[in-house]
Design a protein around this ligand. Sequence first.
Ligand SMILES: [Zn+2]
Length: 105
Amino acid sequence: MALSPQNLRAIRADRVFEITWPDGVTVQIPFRYLRGRCPCAGCVNEFTNERMVDVEDIPEGIDLEAAQLTGNYAVKIRWNDQHDTGLYTWEHLHELSVAREWEQA
Ligand SMILES: [Zn+2]
């Protein structure tokens, strides 16, 4: 499923990244959770797949500074902790959207 800019919205007041999938399903992923699921090589060991930076490591006040579409397959997010190497593919975002792990407290 491909996304376009109108499918993506950062709602700063609620600290959530809202995705409306083409099938009509809307999810609001908390900034902190999304930052903690960053797929970049600095956050996940690319050889062992071990996660080096997890949600617990992220401050509560994390904010999304910029989101930019990359190609037709991903969005690049810059966070206010200066982390900007995370390339969130539609596939990765869809997995997060289906799992909804942030709702399991
Ligand atoms: Zn990262």
